[in-house]
Design a protein around this ligand. Structure first.
Ligand SMILES: Nc1nc2c(ncn2[C@@H]2O[C@H](COP(=O)(O)OP(=O)(O)OP(=O)(O)O)[C@@H](O)[C@H]2O)c(=O)[nH]1
Length: 310
């Protein structure tokens, strides 16, 4: 990695183990859910819609002497626009830089072309690989499905481990997997301060929560045409967090669709996001939301950069 180790290690400190671990897989298999379960908190947005994750959010887990920097990645898919290309690029750069890979698959279904795309990316990388069969709680034939996913790695030379679990309902299995990942870490100084849970600013994190709620509520193609940003965050003396954000759409026609009749939909998105923010911040939140139009932002390199997709 190019990141500077933090902090520099003193001569008589205990040996530390630290590394970057990518969580990859096709859209909607439960990568972000697994990341949040590893950390017992919410650093990444999740939703029933594919392609919720857009940037490689880092989630950090530390013990006294070990630190895993998980890199949650967007689901690898066939891109339709510049945003999609950016998302796939995030996966490729994550894979190049990490010390170990967690490949998450959905055991409710047999592999698809997109799983094969991921398998081809990871099969020959000489790094420890964990094949994680997720959603065992809802899978009818988990062992059979696992066999089919395993077959996609046939001929792989590197070290491979297999785990079947439910990222959503099985904290003990997630903790055991985390132990296994800790064992795979190379000797390194810590990359982040021990207490850090994520590399995102609080503004980026809150914007992702707003986007998650917008994606859950909006229909058809609209969830994918939406971006979010938090422009102002102030704290009142009594602890109230005042957060002002924007929901960005591509066309004027979309603006009305996000706002909804009489502003109902925007209000619902705002209420749901505010509730989540209050739970995680443990403070009362005032959330102001505005909908703005940046024409064709998904195809506009400059707009993508401005929205943090760079
Ligand atoms: N039944 C079941 N559902 C799960 C489990 N893990 C995740 N899900 C659901 O699967 C959906 C997708 O989860 P995400 O964590 O957003 O998936 P992702 O792989 O990060 O998705 P992308 O952002 O599209 O790449 C959500 O509705 C989750 O609640 C699980 O263990 N069991």
């Amino acid at each position: 990695m190019t990141d500077q180790p933090f902090p520099a290690q003193g001569a008589n400190e205990a040996q530390t183990y630290s590394g970057f671990v990518a969580i990859v897989g096709k859209p909607n298999v439960g990568k972000s859910t697994l990341l949040n379960a590893f950390l017992n908190t919410k650093v990444a947005p999740t939703s029933p819609r594919p392609q919720t994750t857009r940037r490689g959010v880092r989630g950090i887990f530390s013990t006294d002497t070990q630190q895993i920097v998980f890199v949650d990645t967007p689901g690898l898919h066939k891109p339709k626009d510049a945003l999609g290309k950016y998302m796939n690029q995030e996966v490729h750069s994550a894979l190049a830089d990490v010390d170990a890979i967690l490949w998450v698959v959905d055991l409710r279904h047999p592999p698809t072309d997109e799983d094969q795309l991921v398998a081809r990316q990871v099969r020959d990388l000489p790094k420890p690989l964990f094949l994680i069969g997720n959603k065992t709680d809802a899978a009818k034939y988990p062992d059979e499905a696992m066999k089919l996913y395993r077959a996609l790695l046939e001929g792989r030379a590197g070290e491979t481990s297999e785990v079947m679990l439910s990222a959503q309902n099985n904290p003990a299995a997630v903790a055991t997997l985390r132990e296994q990942v800790l064992e795979a870490l190379p000797e390194n100084p810590f990359f982040y301060p021990r207490g850090a849970a994520s590399d995102q600013s609080r503004e980026m994190w809150a914007a992702e929560i707003i986007r998650e709620e917008a994606m859950k509520k909006l229909r058809d193609e609209l969830p994918y045409a939406v971006a979010t940003r938090v422009n102002r965050w102030t704290e009142r003396e009594d602890g109230l967090q005042r957060i002002e954000g924007e929901i960005i759409v591509e066309k004027n026609a979309h603006k009305g669709m996000v706002i909804g009749a009489g502003g109902k939909q925007l209000r619902e998105i705002g209420q749901a996001a505010r509730k989540q923010l209050e739970v995680f911040l443990n403070h009362k939140v005032f959330l102001g939301l505005e909908v703005i139009v940046i024409p064709g932002w998904r195809e506009d390199e400059e707009a993508l950069r401005e929205l943090g997709y760079e």
